[in-house]
Design a protein around this ligand. Structure first.
Ligand code: SAM
Ligand code: SF4
Ligand code: FES
Length: 353
């Protein structure tokens, strides 16, 4: 099995069958070898630096009905909010003072935020903080909309593909949402020149190891700049309320495989991972991740952005979260750095630098 791990590390390439074997591996010594290989490759590419992203969850309204998500429109128990331009700029101000140089604007698909409103927000942030990167994560839009956001100054976009298997996609989404459209959006984002992030939940309902291999092969082919993965966690007011959560072990294994498959990728150790295990985010870093995304949203709205049950960091001020994260990373010998943290070798980000 170590041969397979070496092969993956040296060639960034394994067949479908080989990936499946690796994914099913449970021997502790072999898994430690996988972890160590991923950590080494991560250090070769990014040293012991941890990139920070300040997450601003600016709307909890969503017109979609993804079966797994607490913000889905059918969830009548969800409390909804929208941040104003002033509130968003306030989050950035606080974040900037704390050393954040990337702001991630994330929200449900909320038609209140027209292209014009999003463009205005992006422009205002850019005007105030020209040395910061802006990442958008607002779902599926037309190529024209993506282009407008890009022209306004957004340079990164996160849109998890959720699963690369069309049949599995159908089991997680209502029929108006298709994998075809999702993939088309990702293609458009890349063509425009964004640094693009795809990703998926580990242990989502009906997911098989074969599905996960398809996700890995998709990542290998698409070569995204970022990959967001975290365990699926059930939400009490969704159709998946009784489904099992994804596991720590599987998520860590996948983080390591993704690092070896795509060495320069920006790979967050996610809040969901920190939710299923008290040291989840630290472990994510030790298994190859190199990004953390503390929350900059105002504390009074945090509990309303409940994608899944028991989400952590919902009662803490931005400064507390940042400090806590710094300590956590120091405790494992890593260092949170104050910079934009772009993808290594990315050409078009130079329009700002
Ligand atoms: N609405 C945008 C979208 O769907 O791309 C951005 C926000 S959405 C809440 C961000 C991500 O949260 C989704 O891509 C999904 O993978 C993740 N998510 C939603 N529900 C989740 C759950 N129950 N457990 C873990 N992750 C979840
Ligand atoms: Fe809306 Fe995104 Fe949640 Fe789907 S995952 S319901 S698009 S917020
Ligand atoms: Fe948010 Fe610890 S990282 S409180």
């Amino acid at each position: 099995m170590k041969n397979l791990i070496d092969k993956l590390r040296n060639t960034q390439n394994l067949s479908r069958e080989e990936l499946l074997i690796l994914l099913k591996e449970e021997d502790e010594e072999t898994l430690e070898y996988l972890r160590k290989s991923a950590e080494e490759v991560r250090i070769e590419n990014y040293g012991k630096d941890i990139y920070l992203r300040g997450l601003i969850e600016f709307t909890s309204y969503c017109k979609n009905d993804c079966l797994y998500c607490g913000l889905r429109r059918s969830n009548k128990n969800a409390e909804r909010y929208r941040l104003t331009m002033e509130q968003i700029l306030d989050c950035c101000k606080q974040g900037y003072q704390l050393g954040f140089r990337t702001f991630v604007l994330q929200g449900g698909e909320d038609n209140y935020f027209t292209d014009e409103k999003i463009t205005d927000i992006v422009k205002s942030i850019k005007q105030n903080y020209p040395d910061c990167a802006i990442t958008l994560s607002v779902g599926e839009k037309s190529k024209e909309s993506y282009q407008k956001f890009f022209d306004a100054g957004a340079e990164r976009y996160l849109l998890r593909h959720e699963t690369a298997d069309a049949e599995h996609y159908k089991k997680l989404h209502p029929k108006e949402l298709t994998l075809e459209n999702r993939m088309n959006c990702l293609k458009n984002l890349k063509e425009i020149g964004y640094q693009v992030g795809c990703g998926f939940m580990v242990g989502s309902p009906y997911q098989t190891d074969e599905n996960l291999v398809s996700d890995l092969l998709f990542i290998k082919k698409f070569k995204p700049h970022m990959v967001g993965i975290g365990p699926f966690i059930s939400h009490k007011d969704t159709p998946f309320k009784d489904e099992k959560n994804g596991t720590l072990e599987k998520t860590l294994k996948l983080l390591a495989i993704i690092r070896l498959l795509h060495p320069k990728v920006l790979l967050p150790s996610t809040t969901a991972l920190g939710t299923i295990h008290h040291k989840g985010r630290e472990l994510g870093i030790l298994w190859g991740a190199n990004v953390v995304m503390p929350n900059l949203s105002p504390t009074n709205v945090r509990k309303k952005y409940m994608l899944y049950d028991n989400k952590i960091c919902t009662g803490d001020e931005a400064a507390e979260c940042k400090y806590c994260m710094e300590k956590r990373m120091e405790s494992i010998g890593y260092k949170v750095v104050c910079c934009r943290g772009d993808y290594k070798d990315f050409k078009s980000f130079s329009r700002e630098n």
